[in-house]
Write a protein that binds this ligand. Structure first.
Ligand code: ADP
Ligand code: MG
Length: 245
């Protein structure tokens, strides 16, 4: 579903991605962990064309993001993105946030878009907040609207960039529950997260990013949380536990 090979990205003289490789199968959930500044957000933004990689290859399905002839905006509709800071349209109600994309970008009739949006609001547990403006919603509710908004475009894959990092602790669970529910529905997902317990539970594979490269990737180990940290093991997931923030 998603294939990135030797992706490089620099901002001026700062090389942020130094050859990232990642393949995500249809229906697979990959969690990406790594210290702040290691390039996780830049990589996700490259995956859906918000940033243009300098070199390498990125395929969504069988369409290349790097090819000149590719319509990035069309391709981006196939890959939903959820940001740390929600990025809702503050002047639109929850429902209108969700219907905007389908109506404007996919020409879905308004009544159909609204009926779909109400179903999605029920899926994220917000059926009673359709008319609420973002300022009336808690952080957890806003993030659930953002997830519903991404799903409304019927994406083939979803990218989450630290979806719970901006939330008060008591709201983390409700958002993780929604993400888990989406995963159980078979969605292909890449999730950047510091929630190690969640990553271990939900991920088919966990990727460890460091200094612009994925250094290790594999299934989460059941003993991850209790494993003692070894000082000499290099780039090991075990080493990373507890050092994310
Ligand atoms: P992470 O999400 O892992 O914290 P980022 O991808 O946000 O890492 O950032 C990696 C590096 O790239 C950081 O040093 C950051 O300052 C830099 N960076 C990110 N976006 C830009 C940008 N638009 N312009 C210049 N530097 C950037
Ligand atoms: Mg980031």
């Amino acid at each position: 579903m998603i294939s990135a090979r030797d992706v490089h990205k620099s901002f001026g003289s700062l090389e942020v991605l130094k050859g990232v490789d990642l393949t995500v199968a249809t229906g697979e959930v990959v969690c990406v962990i790594g210290a702040s500044g290691s390039g996780k957000s830049t990589f996700l933004r490259c995956l859906n064309g918000l940033e243009r990689a300098n070199s390498g290859e990125i395929l969504i399905g069988d369409i290349s993001l790097m090819a000149r002839e590719t319509d990035i905006n069309k391709l981006r509709q196939r890959v939903g993105m959820v940001f740390q800071h929600f990025n809702l349209f503050n002047h639109l109600s929850a429902l209108d946030n969700i219907t905007l994309g389908p109506i404007r970008l996919k020409s879905v009739p308004k009544a159909q878009a609204e009926s779909d949006a109400r179903k999605l609001m029920a899926l994220v547990g917000l059926d009673d907040r359709a008319d609420a403006m973002p300022r009336m919603l808690s952080g957890g509710q806003k993030q659930r609207v953002a997830i519903a908004r991404a799903l409304a475009m019927k994406p083939e894959a979803m990218l989450f960039d630290e979806p719970t990092s901006a939330l008060d602790p008591e709201m983390v669970r409700e958002v993780l529950d929604v993400i888990r529910n989406v995963a159980r529905n078979g969605m292909t997902m890449v999730i950047v997260t510091h929630e190690m317990g969640f990553a271990r539970e939900i991920a088919d594979r966990v990727a460890f990013m460091h200094a612009g490269m994925i250094h290790e990737i594999g299934p989460p180990r059941p003993d991850l949380r209790s494993a003692p940290r070894k000082a000499d093991a290099g780039f090991s997931l075990k080493n990373f536990v507890g050092t994310a923030r």
